[in-house]
Structures are given as structure tokens and as C-alpha cells.
Design a protein around this ligand. Structure first.
Ligand code: FE2
Ligand code: FE2
Length: 192
């Protein structure tokens, strides 16, 4: 097999294993999420990921290659790290725990974005345009998933910062806590 095609097939085998692992990890992430929007985002991305596994099988078919996964240690590590974060944050406040989950999920999405971008580039170089189109579709889904996670994390970061400010005020500035409390209640109403 020519070197470039061999490289593409190897990248796809890595992705097949990565996506398959994710179909097992995403339900756990959805279960661990507190914010309904985050739970929904993980559930939606699980369906997309199952579809992406099927799409990858189509890509192998298009290339006339067998859909054989090759252990993706990078994704194993990212998922492992995500599991650790879920355990570490299980007793923490909801925004902090959700933010840790989002951080783990965005690292996973960025890995996928890099891998699909590389695979699509190789496919185009080889003139495998049907294969490149299929990879583009998945790449678009990964980018949207990453964008959605950012849009969920932004207000959660603000909420976590507000919570933290309230705690500092109560501990360090008792004489000013009444006015800070009023302020934080007003801001929370706006945020909520
Ligand atoms: Fe994916
Ligand atoms: Fe993804």
C-alpha cells in the first residue's frame, strides 16, 4: 500500500477505536452532569458519536479497506483523566463539577478535531473525495460539539465566580457582607 494511504488508514483505525471508546464514556459523562443543558449536550453527542462510528465504517468501505480499530492510547488517557475528574469533583458544587467535566470533554473534542482534520487532508491529497466529504461531516459535528460546550461553560464560569466572591465576602469582610449579598442576589437574578 502506498505510504500516504497507509498513513490515512492508520489514522482512521485510531479514530475508530477512539469513537468506540467514546460511545461507552459519554453516557457516564451525561450521568455525572448536573446542568440540564450539559446533560442534553452529552446525550446528543452520544447519538452523533454512534453515527460517527457507522460513518467511519463507510469511509473504510469507500477506501476498500477493512474497518479494524487500532488501540488509541491518547483517547484512553483522555477518558481516564475525565473519569478521575468526575471522582475528584463528585462532592463539589455543581458549577465546579460541571466545569471540570466540560474541560475533559473539550480536550476530547479537540483531539477528534485534530485527528479528523489530518485524515481529511490526507484523503484530499489522495484524491479520495467521497472519503474526505464523509470526514468533513464528522469534523463539523465535532466542532459544533466543542462550540456548544463553550457556550454552556461561559455562564457556569460566571456563576462559579459569583459563588466564590460571595464566600470570600462572608469570610474576610464581615462588615461589608450585607451589601455584597444584595449585589450577588441581584446579579444571580440577572444570570438566572
Ligand atoms: Fe466523534
Ligand atoms: Fe466528539
Amino acid at each position: 500500500m502506498p505510504q500516504l494511504k497507509e498513513l490515512l488508514v492508520e489514522e482512521l483505525q485510531d479514530l475508530l477505536h477512539a469513537e468506540t471508546q467514546l460511545t461507552a464514556a459519554l453516557p457516564k459523562m451525561a450521568q455525572a452532569a448536573s446542568h440540564p443543558a450539559l446533560k442534553e449536550a452529552f446525550e446528543k453527542h452520544l447519538l452523533q458519536t454512534q453515527n460517527q462510528v457507522e460513518r467511519l465504517q463507510k469511509v473504510f468501505e469507500t477506501l476498500g479497506e477493512k474497518a479494524e480499530p487500532k488501540p488509541c492510547r491518547a483517547m484512553q488517557g483522555l477518558i481516564e483523566e475525565g473519569k478521575e475528574r468526575i471522582q475528584e469533583t463528585s462532592g463539589k458544587e455543581a458549577p465546579a463539577a460541571d466545569l471540570a467535566l466540560i474541560a475533559a470533554a473539550q480536550k476530547i473534542e479537540h483531539y477528534e478535531i485534530a485527528a479528523y482534520g489530518t485524515a481529511r487532508g490526507l484523503a484530499r491529497q489522495l484524491g479520495e473525495f467521497d472519503c474526505a466529504r464523509l470526514l468533513s461531516r464528522t469534523l463539523g459535528e465535532e466542532e459544533s460539539a466543542d462550540f456548544l460546550l463553550t457556550s454552556i461553560s461561559d455562564p457556569l464560569v460566571q456563576q462559579a465566580a459569583l459563588n466564590e466572591r460571595g464566600a470570600n465576602v462572608n469570610l474576610d469582610l464581615p462588615e461589608r457582607s450585607a451589601s455584597y449579598k444584595k449585589k450577588s442576589v441581584r446579579t444571580e437574578k440577572v444570570a438566572g
